[in-house]
Design a protein around this ligand. Structure first.
Ligand SMILES: C[S@@+](CC[C@H](N)C(=O)[O-])C[C@H]1O[C@@H](n2cnc3c(N)ncnc32)[C@H](O)[C@@H]1O
Length: 316
């Protein structure tokens, strides 16, 4: 069980993050990197989400919850509610939805249409249902660094777009147009809601429900050109039409991306400790020039090498 001291040290290390005017959601405790394997604590604008990856921590959550409350209150940080999500391994996929539904352990549930702020943009988050909340907290530094490149405007193709936050952020920082591609209609609907939340007008052509490989093939055929492509795929995914795995498909995707981004930029990511920075770089064509390479931000400390490799490449 993590002691009060361990949690206190982790939260104190992040005290400066509470002062940001641009972001009010970030990680407070990152498992082994903060000295307790299996425990994740995130802060979403006055709501705390505890996630347990290790069932042995289950008995301790009331104490963890109390410790968090005590520490945050001593720092005068508001806490309106604390939720708990089970992230332990599920053997039977039929039980996953129920198991991943958070329970309220203290205070109130977040209001309907609860939104947080990341990098100056607003994003709806769902702290209750499913595995992911709608925003990836570890992308903060990447989005921040991208701002410099958006100033001259241009068109973005956001592949594996999820809730569309790369697009919203790009459109708020200088780009004129973005297309969002994802296999899931549910996340595309959430992306549209994030556009509205940020006062961005959209057109139905800005959202395409399709397998990203199929979409890229079509764009190559139509000789489409974009100034930016975001390629932030899951490490592995399966759908009716096509599986995606970094190991087998990454290079293939990059060759399509190159053909629709000549003279532009591609942000490519890998979210796996098992793929080193060297291997990540080697996946890319030699003639692409790396502009920057970011990793997870400081609130995601780790005992291992960084898992996130997010590089912006200039494509000649
Ligand atoms: C890791 S998330 C992308 C995160 C997103 N870039 C962000 O920063 O918010 C993965 C997304 O890929 C989508 N996806 C998985 N396989 C796909 C495929 N073959 N084609 C299109 N979308 C896919 C999922 O529906 C999910 O929304």
């Amino acid at each position: 069980m993590p002691s009060l001291k361990i949690i206190e040290r982790a939260i104190q290390k992040r005290e400066h993050l509470f002062k940001s005017t641009q972001t009010n959601a970030f990680r407070l405790f990152n498992g082994a990197g903060d000295n307790c394997e299996g425990l994740i604590i995130d802060y979403y604008d006055s709501f705390v989400l505890l996630q347990l990856y290790d069932s042995s921590l289950y008995h301790d959550y009331p104490k963890i919850c109390n410790d968090c409350k005590k520490i945050l209150s001593s720092l005068q940080i508001p806490v309106n509610g604390i939720l708990l999500k089970d992230r332990t391994k599920v053997n039977d996929p039929r039980h996953i939805a129920k198991l991943r539904t958070s329970i309220l352990v203290d205070g109130d549930l977040p209001p309907d249409n609860f939104a947080i702020k990341q990098n100056g943009i607003a994003a709806y988050v769902d702290l209750i249902h499913g595995q992911n909340t709608g925003v990836f907290l570890d992308m903060r530094k990447v989005r921040e660094t991208l701002v410099n490149y958006y100033r001259n405007g241009g068109r973005l193709c956001n592949l594996f777009c999820y809730t569309g936050l790369f697009s919203v952020h790009a459109l708020k920082n200088g780009l004129q147009c973005a297309v969002n591609v994802d296999i899931s209609q549910t996340v595309l609907n959430r992306a549209k809601q994030n556009y509205v939340l940020n006062d961005i007008r959209y057109d139905l052509r800005d959202f395409t429900k399709m397998d990203c490989r199929q979409y890229l093939k079509r764009q190559v055929k139509q000789k489409a050109l974009f100034d930016f492509v975001i390629f932030d795929p899951p490490t592995f995914s399966r759908n009716k039409k096509q599986n995606f795995s970094v190991k087998t498909h990454y290079r293939d995707y990059l060759s399509f991306i190159e053909r629709i981004t000549q003279g532009g930029y591609a942000l490519t990511t890998i979210n796996a400790v098992s793929i080193s920075v060297r291997d990540y770089r080697l996946l890319h064509p030699q003639h692409w020039k790396l502009e920057f390479l970011e990793h997870e931000p400081e609130d995601f400390p780790s005992k291992n090498l960084p898992y996130l490799k997010a590089g912006l490449w200039k494509i000649p």
